[in-house]
Structure formats: C-alpha cells, structure tokens
Design a protein around this ligand. Sequence first.
Ligand code: GP9
Ligand code: MN
Length: 696
Amino acid sequence: MKNLKNSWNRLKKSLKKNLKKVKEEHLIREYAKNNVLFLVFIFTGVLNSTMLRFFCINSTENYLAIAPILADLAILIIVGGLGYLLKPKNRFGYYLGFSIFFAAICLINSIYYTYYTSFASVSMLSLTQYIGDVGDAVVEQAIQFKDLLYVLAPIILVLVNSRLKKKNYNKVIEVKSERKKKALKTIGVGAVLAIIFLFTLTPTDMSRLIKQWNREYIVMKYGIYIYQANDVVASIQPKINSLFGYDQAKKNFNDYFKDKEEHKKNKYTDIFEGKNVLVIHGESLQTNLMDLSFNGQEVTPNLNRLAEEGMFFSNFYSPVSVGTSSDAELMFNTSLLPTKSGTAFVSYSDRTYNATPGLLAEKGYYTFSMHGNNADFWNRRAMHKSLGYDRFYSKEDYNVTEENTVGLGINDYAFFDQSVEKIKKIADKHEKWYGMLMMLSNHTPFSELDKYGDFPVDIKETITNEDGQQEDVTYPYMEGTKLGNYFKSAHYADGAIGELMAKLEEEGLLENTVVIIYGDHDARLPRSDYNRLYNYDKENDSVLDEEDPNYKEYDSYQYELGRKVPLIIWTSDMKDTDLNKEYTNVMSMYDVEPTIGNMLGYENDYALGHDIFDIKDKNIVVFPNGNWLTNKVYYNSQKGEYLSLTEEAVSEEEIKENSEYASALLDVSNDIIVFDLLKEDQTDENRVIENQEKGT
Ligand code: GP9
Ligand code: MN
C-alpha cells in the first residue's frame, strides 16, 4: 500500500515537472511550428471524416461518438508519421498525395450516401455494367454543395505549403537517424491511440467488421478510413478463395451431378402453372409461435388461419449461417446452401445463380422484390440483380417517416400498404408476376414495446380468495422477458400479414395468385426463456424445479429442433381441396425451389434440395455446421451425438452415410458459388452447341 502511494506520488511529481517544462519552454508551440504540414494533414483528415459521418448519419449516438475519431486519428497519425522517414523537401508531396486520397474516400462516400443511403464498396466496381444506368442520375441528383467541402483538405495543404515555402521550411536538413526517431515517436502515439480504440470494441463490433455488410454501423464505430480499408480486404478475399482448387471443384461437381436422377412428374407437377406468385419473407417468424396463446389470444392468428386454409409444412427448417436473412433468401431462391466463409450475398454476388426469379422471368414472368430497408443491406442491390429480379424496390421507393418507423425501418403495416399500391400497377402492366415482400418489423431486439400495441403475455385469472370473494389476479409469466417481447413483436407483425391479405383480396390480387409465406430464420432467443415458458410456476413467479414431476425438459436438442420456421403455400381456393393439409416430413429452405418449381413448371437442373413430394420421408436437412436431421434422427456433428426421434433403431451405417451426404452437399454447394461453376457449366454447354453449329 505504502509502495503504491510512493509510486503514485512519484508519477504525480514527474507529470508536474514535465508539464512545467512544456509550459516554460513553449514546447507545444515549438512542436506545432515545426510540424505544420503534418498537423494540417491530421486535422483536415479527421475533420473530413467527422463531417462525413455528421452529414450522413443523423443520430445523437453518432454526434457523441468518440471511438471513430480515435480510430481516424490513429490511422492518420500512423500514415502521417511514416512521412517523417522522408526528407523534409519530399514530405509535402507525400502528405498531399494521401490528403487527396483520404479526401477522395470522403467525397465518393458522401455522394454515394446521398444517392444510395449507404457507404461505398469497391466490390461495386465489378458491377460497372449497372453504373451506366445510374451515372447520369448520380451527377444530377447526388452531388451537393457539401461534397465540395471535402476537397478543401488538399487545397488547404497546398496553401499552407506555399506560405511555408517562403520561410524555407522545406529546406531544413534532417539526418536519417533524426528522421527515423521522429517517425517512430509519432507512429508510437498513433499506436497508443489505436490500442485505446481497441479497448472500446465489443465482440459485436468485431464480428460486424468481419461481416462488413452493416456499413453504417461500421462507419459509425470505426470511422470511414478503417471501413474502406476493411472493405477492400473483404472484397478481395473471395477472389483469393477462388484462385486455387478450381479443377478439383469442377471434378467433384461433375461427379455429384453425374448420377442425379431426372425429376419425375408427380401429382403436384404444374398445378400452379401460369399463376402469379407472392412470397412473404417473414422476418424471424418461428413455427412455435403458431401454437401459443396468451389469455385466449393467439400470438399469430393470421398465420394460423393461412396454415389452416393452405398447405402447411410444419417440420420446415432454415439452415442459415452468418448471412441470416440473406442466407434464407439464397436457399429459397437457388436451392444452394450458405457458403463456408463470408456470405454469398456479400462476397459472391457476381456469380451465376439458377434462381427462381430468373427462371420465372424466362417463362415470361415480371419478377420483383420489395423491402423497406436500405438497398445495400446484405448487398441486396447487387445480389437481387444476380438472382434475376427485374426490379428491386427498397427504402428509396417507400415513404418512410418517423411515425411509420419500427426497429430497422418502415413498419410492416405501412410497408405492405405501400407495396400493394405498387403491385396493383405491376399487375395492370404484366400478365404474370413473381414478387417477394420482405418484412422487417419483427427483427431482434424486439424492444419497441410501445409501438407493438397491447398484447399482454401474462396470465390473468379470476380466483376465489380466502373470504370466498372473486378476485382478478395477474401472474407476470413472460412479461419482461426477451421471449415475451418477441411474442408481442411477432403478434404485431402477424397483424400486418392479416391486413396485407385483406388488402390484396380487396384489390382482386389474390384471384390467380399463389401466396408463399416463410419464416426466414429463428429469433435466436435464450434457452432459459423457453424454460420459463414451459415450466412457469405461477404461485411463486419462478421456474419449476427440475425434480418437479411437472417439469418439462427443454434441453439443447429441443432448442435446436425448436428453431423451425413456418412454410405455408396458400391459394384462395385451396381450402376445400386435398392440398389443404399439414405436411410433416422434414424439409429445408433449399428444398423450396425444386418443390415450387415442380408446381409452377420450371426447373433448376443444379438444385441441391429436393421436391419434397418426390423425396417424401427420405429427406435430409443439412445445416451449415454439418449437423443434419431426418424424420428419424437429429445428428450433432460437433459432438458426434444424436437424438433419436422415433422408436426405430438408428444404425451406425445410417449415421455415417448421412454425415457423408451432408459433407458432400456442403462442399459442392460452396464450390458452385466460390468457383462460379454454374457459369462455367453454361459456357461448356454453349461451347458444345457452338461446336455443333460449326459442325465440329
Ligand atoms: C435487413 C433484414 C434483416 O434488411 O433483412 O436481416 P437479418 O439481420 O435478419 O439477417
Ligand atoms: Mn432475418
């Protein structure tokens, strides 16, 4: 203790002494005088990047954020510090070069943001064929007066330099060792700032940087310069991944499809041929919502009604990876699985996909997608083109106000309302259409309780008290839990589906339309909340003890299996037909394309999933981590354990075969995307046709 006190006193004394020295000898003034160019470079660089953030992101959180300033400072000081290795006469050129470079980053992002409400990515350079479409519009609409402010940074540097030149500032002689010392000291300061910045980061911040798709978040946390550098790395990575192993991948691909049996007709073939299709991408909707009621009110009455009137696939899974929503879209539309690293939407948007929108477009359909969020979220602006959508309506096409915003953006009610108006126009113009409406309100963290409306998730009862009188009591049950909030949010989103269906009906848009609703992935809620849901002890407002005879175990397997999402295929006249029932065979999101393709009359020759009416109870759902599920068994590949789901014995042979199948499926899917094998395949076919035409 005494030692600590002594050291503290010594530290105080030395700090005081140094400060006094700095004051007496005017060291700061002296430093500033000798390092004008460096300081102007740093100051204008930080100012530009801060200005960019302030102009683009209007939130108090952003205005008060220190972290991005720290990050910008660290980068600029390190880059600026390296300049000290040069002779003084060469430094101006160095600083000017970097100042132009950093100002260009800010300028490009500023213009890009005005036009697209997102930050720029070098991966967009590969989409230059689309730039022609928007180039003129960018010049006319997106360049604003504020953008010119960024150009001031290099101009100020030039002006300052010309003044300094008059004082022969750049003629100072500095020996090599002196320059090295100066550079090291400066870089050291930058490194210390970088370390302080690293301490401000949470695991979420780091994982978002790796994924690099939530661009606004990254800029707000890391500043524009780190964002852009990271963007370059993220854009190059897929190119590196596809450099090696093409031949092996192509061979495996050929072997995989060599023995694939041709799809046989079944009783569902072409039953929906020529119909319009409206897909509803249900954000975070899980199947277990459909079984729940609170105080006599169903959580999802509209989903339940549609499931009752249509084809309800009750054992349906969405094996997403880190690409969550976008992986669900990928699987649904292409019958491929998520990639092993990165995400198909972000890293491989320039690949060839045999996707439902493109395949239906070939059959004369007008295809479109609609989503109330920023178009660059999950890189949809680029990827929806690759999937073959004729048009992607995003935030830019909607009237989004503060009042109609819930969570990530426009609420599902307003979104559907405005979408129906657009669909009406599309239906007037096009004979057949395929559209996907992507919901947004029911997105984690499910915290906008005041906007969801009243849906108590407690237990209300009338009891007879000790005096024999009737008394109303309320047990909190799921109130205040994350799962409880999810129920409120899901109830709200379900209400929007109800309104959408009513509006579509009113407009006559359901007459010749197949509606397909899917939950995109589970809501990733804590298992302990489920334990409370199934084991609530209302008398004590707690969870039943494991020893209690009424205790229902909700172990990790149940949790995994409980992550299923609904799939409903519905038409207005299905209710009285034999299509209207529950389908219980296990099925995956990547089985949808072959299943609905059979019904609508199109086929993806390289689908990795199956028509569920073909494969029936033999289906296997493969998850990106190698786990798999059949009607009989759920296998956990990490632990090498399985859960038997029927009385039937599970053989080792079966486990081995299915595990090999899972691994081959994941490999071939990854190869198709990384090595762009569908494009190559088409090229091969074209080559054969060309050769035949040439008579060779
Ligand atoms: C974003 C929305 C949500 O536009 O689709 O994406 P998620 O976070 O669920 O992947
Ligand atoms: Mn989602």
